[in-house]
Design a protein around this ligand. Structure first.
Ligand code: NAD
Ligand code: FES
Length: 297
């Protein structure tokens, strides 16, 4: 069993949890994910790693209430345990294989959209700890849905905020802010974008004319995260790839986003059905009451 040692509400329907998992914490690298199972009959839930401390034996995950399983995780409290916590899985971010000298020569921009801020944080932190400074754009629908702002500020001096409604920072989408920065004279060698699939599609389209290498993370395609269900299949440069085994990060200019978006929507109806059944459980409903109404699906 894996104990929840801390639970914090980051925004409406979004919870951070520190999990006691020393072996996973020792081996984790940025870009990787874990598979969580809540009880014997529970499904496997792939979740990206948001932080880890080998010294404390802690792995941090961030979960948004969007369906039956995420609702069950978010209903857990400090002191409760998760049945399984398997990882780290997937390929780490490509930059962990580069030398600090090479990375220092590059101008890297991270673009984090909504919940995608959680997997971006360990990447920026890993680079900061090696003395590499990067720029970060964080986008959200409004200022109340921005997460991990302070944590990100502690590991990057250049944070740019975009909100769709203009309640904080630039008014508009992350791609609008990217265009503004480039027009103001910023140059980048590499962009790493993590967020909703549609955002990553348009980030890749925005960076292409400038010839900026662009990496995207397709975590959201994963279903069981084991390489067996086939749900995370995606075409990258005309070749079939499995997100949970070959990814989750891929070259954004090579990903067939239209296929990925179609694949993602295939599971929405099934998830809705499971969610209805889950709502019958009053305990779970009450524990996250109000949050699920606001959660983006
Ligand atoms: P959201 O819908 O609020 O979008 C976040 C930001 O993305 C927006 O503020 C905007 O700046 C940008 N964006 C959205 N649509 C865009 C478009 N068409 N063009 C350019 N920019 C656009 O984000 P949310 O509600 O937090 O999103 C949740 C989604 O993110 C879920 O689908 C979840 O599965 C996914 N997610 C992805 C990852 C990943 O690894 N890729 C990780 C966690 C969550
Ligand atoms: Fe099932 Fe990758 S998530 S094969």
């Amino acid at each position: 069993m894996y104990k929840i040692v801390k639970k914090e509400r980051l925004a409406s329907g979004i919870y951070l949890m520190d999990i006691e998992a020393p072996r996973v914490a020792r081996a984790a690298l940025p870009g990787q994910f874990v598979i969580v199972r809540i009880h014997e009959k529970g499904e496997r839930i792939p979740l990206t790693i948001c932080d880890y401390s080998a010294e404390q034996g802690i792995v941090t995950i961030v979960t948004q209430v969007v369906g039956a399983s995420s609702k069950m995780i978010c209903a857990k409290n400090e002191g409760d345990s998760l049945l399984d916590f398997v990882g780290p899985l997937g390929q780490p971010s490509e930059f962990v294989n580069e030398t600090s000298e090479k990375l220092r020569e590059k101008k890297i921009l991270f673009i984090a959209g909504g919940l995608g801020t959680a997997p971006v944080y360990p990447q920026v932190k890993w680079l900061y700890e090696k003395g590499i400074s990067v720029d970060v754009i964080i986008g959200a629908k409004n200022k109340d849905l921005l997460i991990l702002q302070n944590e990100m500020k502690a590991v990057s001096k250049n944070i740019y905020i975009a909100t769709d409604d203009g309640s904080l920072g630039f008014k508009g989408l992350v791609t609008g802010l990217f265009d503004k920065l480039v027009k103001e004279g910023k140059t980048y060698d590499e962009v790493i974008a993590v967020g909703p699939m549609i955002m990553m599609k348009f980030v890749a389209a925005a960076t292409k004319p400038y010839g900026i290498k662009t990496t995207v993370s397709l975590n959201t395609l994963m279903v069981d995260g084991t390489g067996m269900c086939g749900a995370c299949r995606v075409s990258v440069g005309g070749k079939i790839r499995f997100t949970c085994v070959d990814g989750p990060e891929f070259d954004g200019h090579q990903v067939d986003f239209d296929e990925a978006l179609r694949r993602q929507s295939m599971y929405r109806e099934i998830e809705k059905e499971a969610d209805c059944k889950c709502l019958v459980d009053k305990n779970i409903h009450n524990a996250t009451s109000g949050d699920e109404k606001n959660a983006a699906i």
